[in-house]
Each structure stands twice: as C-alpha cells, then as structure tokens.
Design a protein. Structure first.
Lengths: 295, 295
C-alpha cells in the first residue's frame, strides 16, 4: 500500500501525519506555527525520517492561491499572520521532498476527507463547515472541490440580524456584525455574553441564538449549493444541544420551499457531525495526497 | 454542421428554436404555455417540421428532477402551476422525437449559454442571475453546471433587511421579506412603491434600495461560490442606472475581504450584463442540446 504524507496547516499549529488512511496512520506530530521557514523545516524533517512517500497533501489556512496556472500557485496569499503573507508552502515542500503535493484550503481538505472516509462517503456533493475561532466552509460539488476566482470564504456570508441581538456590535474585523462569523464564531459568543462558549450551560439563551444564526447561514448554503449533506464541525459545535436546534431552525427557515425528504424526515441524516470527529482536516490532507498521487 | 433543437420552457411561454449557434438559428417559435400535453404537442409539431435534429436541449422552469438515476428524471416536480406538477417533459419529448435530450433549469441553461457564446466564454466558473418576476440563478463550477441534492434555488437566499425598509412585508409566499426574491423581485418593487418597476424614474430611491439588496445577495454568492464572473439579467436589470450601483455596493459589502483585482479595479468586467442579451435562456438550451449530443 502506498504511503502518503499529510499536513493540516493551521495558524497556531501544523499537524503532520503519514499513512494510507484513518486506520493506518504510522506516525504523527504537532508543530507550533512560527515562521514559514522554521515551521516548514520541521515538517520536512518529520517526513524525511519516514519511509518514502508517494505524495503529500496540505490542507492550509488561507487565503491561498491554488489555481494551477497562477504564478504564485501554492502560496498563502494575504494573511495578516506575521511572515506568512506570500509564503511559498507548496514550492518549499516539493523542492525538499521531491513528491507531488496536493494543496487546498483546510476546509476543502476536510470535506474531501469526510467524502473519502467520513460522513459524506459516496456523495458527489457536500459542505463541511467549522464553527470555532473563525467560521469557514469547504464544498464538494459534482465530485470536485469547489474553486473559482479564489476559493469559498463562506464564513463571511451575510446573515440577517436576529431581532433580539440588534445591539451586538459583532466580532468580524472586516464586516462587524454583518457576516456569519461576526455574529456566530466562538469569539463572537464570548464577546456577546462575556463568557467563553464552552462555559455556557446548555440551557443558556446563547445556544438558541447561535442555532438561529447557524441555521440562517445553512439555509443560504442549501439554496445556493444544494449539497447532499451538511457537516458541522469545530469547537462551538461541541455543545451537544446545538445540532438538534440547528436542524429544527433550518427546517423552519426553508419553510418547505425545497421539497426533499432529506430536509424533512431525513434531516437528522442531512445535517450531521463530522464522521471523522476532529480528524477531518488531517485525514482530508491525506486524501489530497492520494488525489495528487493519481493525477 | 449538426442541427440542434432548443426549448426555453417558461411558466407563461415556451420558446422553441433550431440551429447550430447564435448566428445560425434556422427557425424559432413561441408557444403560450397551457397544459403539458398540449404545450409539448405544439413543441413536437414545430420540431417535426424541421430537418432532423442531432439532439434537443430544454432549459425549464422548476423545480425539476435532473438526477440521472431518479425514477422521475426529466420531470417538473412540485410546481403550483396547474397541471405541471410531475409532468414528464423529457420523456414525452424523447419518445416523440427520438433524440438525446439535455435537461436543466432555465437559469443553469442560461449560464451555460453565456459560457458557450456570451459573457462567460473561456471561464470554468460563473453565476447567471435573473431578476424579474422572480429571482433565480444558475452556476457553472469547475466547468460543470451546479447540481446536488436538487438544483440551486438561489433567489431565496437570505439577505439582511435594509434599515430604511424595515416595515416592508415582502412578497415571497414562502419567506415573506426574509429572502432575496421577497424584497427585490419586480413584484416586490411594485408592492413596496405602488408602481411597476419599469415606470420608476432612474433617480427614484427604489433603485438605490434595490442595488443594496442585490449587492447583499451577490456578496454571499461571491463568498460561497467564488465565481469568476457574475452575470445579471432579467427585467429589473433593464434599468441602466442599476448595474453601476450594484457594483459599488458589492465592493463596499465585501470590504476588501476577498483580495482579487476582479473585485477591485476589474469590477466592471466582473459584474456584467448578459453577453447574449435576452437570449441567454434559449441559446443556453441549444448549448444543452450540444452537450447531450456529445455525451
């Protein structure tokens, strides 16, 4: 069996792994994100200590350039993260390791991982959303990861303000309270209630409000992308009471407009937690490697 | 050169044409939509009077079923239009004419037509939106028309209410004022101002409000689909002052978050009128036929 390398490249840590799939991870390490040179050198050292890889996959924080014909293909682009703007992630790894490198956003990697081994197996379309420090989403459409001008930034889509939240100033540096992340990320919850999300009791009104904002955004995602499944991950979704509330509000918002049993009696199988738990990202990077090897 | 047939199937009229492309339309007719049997019989009679076709394309009002493996593939599904719920459009045409039939939504056909011969030539991704009696959109993603659970219904995506429009009750039978169509369709404009949209002067405040709602929806479409171009058609967009206003508000809403020259200095080439004028739908149906012939 071919051995693949995977990097889940985040703003605070990089996870590196080698293996063939979820059941055959042979080695794994976590690296604190510092400068690009130093962080990537540590990744390279980890992979060099392993048996030869068939390919490497990188699911990376963004924004990034992944149009194959762009001069800066494989770079992180305009991030405010010190040192990382225009960092040539793919070039550095490919030069050092000499293997094909699959490269996409962390959330596109996650939806691919879920399609390969998790909650979206066998589907040609799905959306993976992470709701945590920020909100981001990746999409599989017609069997392919969604790209275009750049890549989706669905965490910033517009959601109507909930009437009982009219005074909240929001938490998005770009859009204030005028986007999904601005009203529903973990930091937005903390800012609104003065308590970290994980310390709010299940019966706190924060969760009902949160479910309404999430379901508004999901309504728009269903109407725009028509995915066969919605997968919700990230720290905020760890509150068990949230997912059932989100499903109920999503049905209410759609108001029967989209006629599909998936949105009716099948809602529990339509809006789901990740099948790979908190491993969608790293396993998705492994799936990116697999795809890069067979290209 | 192969001859293709095309049907733009609308709720009030069916347009039928035969030809090889925009410059070689050999015949065309308009049929008032009555019952499915009668309307389709008139279409069939029109095509039978033409030289043999290589294939037929149908861009159809929805909702419709176009998953190839569904038992009711090729049917209009849950429309309130009398007689048309569960009408087997593709089956009837294929049995009568004996040619391959390409079938998709009217707006997916339109974006395909624009990609083949109009404003999205050479692009792998684009969105076509029509803003008129209703609002609908089609999308090309990675070179393919977007489908999934069903097909996009992006006219009903959620847009935040504009503060100076807080009292408007909206015009969507499903979502009131809580969706794009509910606040920005032609009938919504007429309901709000008591005058038909085409009779409102360019300096009427209706157009500024309309531009804000449209740009809110486009902001979400950019963030979710990341298309390489946005094409805006339909009756409401006939007001020349509207398009430049929409572009300006779209830039303001995105607030520099998506870093691409297309959304900066290139905005006039990014948000555009249809390259095929009011012919995107019928020519798109011709492009569907072309694709069906080569499948």
């Amino acid at each position: 069996m071919a051995l693949f390398g995977a990097i889940e490249a985040g703003g605070t840590k990089f996870v590196c792994a080698v293996g063939g799939g979820p059941a055959t991870i042979a080695a794994e390490t976590r690296i604190t994100t510092t400068s690009p040179t130093e962080t990537l050198a540590q990744c390279i050292a980890f992979f060099r200590a392993q048996p030869p890889l068939a390919a490497l996959g990188v699911g990376c924080f963004g924004p990034l350039e992944r149009r194959a014909d762009a001069p800066n293909y494989g770079h992180v682009t305009s991030t405010p993260k010190p040192g990382w703007a225009n960092a040539d992630v793919v070039g550095e790894l490919r030069r050092a390791l000499g293997v094909p490198v699959g490269f996409d956003t962390d959330v596109n990697a996650a939806v691919l991982g879920e399609a390969r081994w998790g909650a979206a197996q066998g589907l040609a379309s799905a959306v993976y959303v992470t709701i945590g420090t920020g909100i981001g989403g990746g999409a599989l459409c017609g069997g392919h990861l969604l790209h275009g001008l750049l890549h989706p930034e669905m965490g910033h889509l517009l959601v109507p303000r909930e009437p009982d939240d009219a005074d909240f100033e929001g938490g998005c540096p770009f859009h204030g309270a005028d986007c999904w992340e601005g009203v529903a990320s973990g930091p937005a919850i903390e800012r609104r209630w003065g308590v970290r999300a994980e310390r709010l009791a299940p019966e706190h009104p924060a969760w009902d409000l949160e479910a309404r904002y999430i379901s508004s955004a999901l309504t728009t995602l269903v109407l725009v992308l028509s995915p066969e499944r919605l997968i919700l991950g990230g720290g905020v979704m760890q509150m068990p009471a949230l997912l059932p509330l989100v499903r109920r509000y999503l049905q209410r918002r759609l108001a029967g407009y989209v006629q599909s049993s998936a949105l009716g009696s099948g809602i529990d199988a339509y809006v789901v937690a990740p099948g790979l738990g908190q491993r969608s990202g790293i396993l998705g990077a492994l799936a990116l490697a697999e795809a890069a090897a067979t290209r």
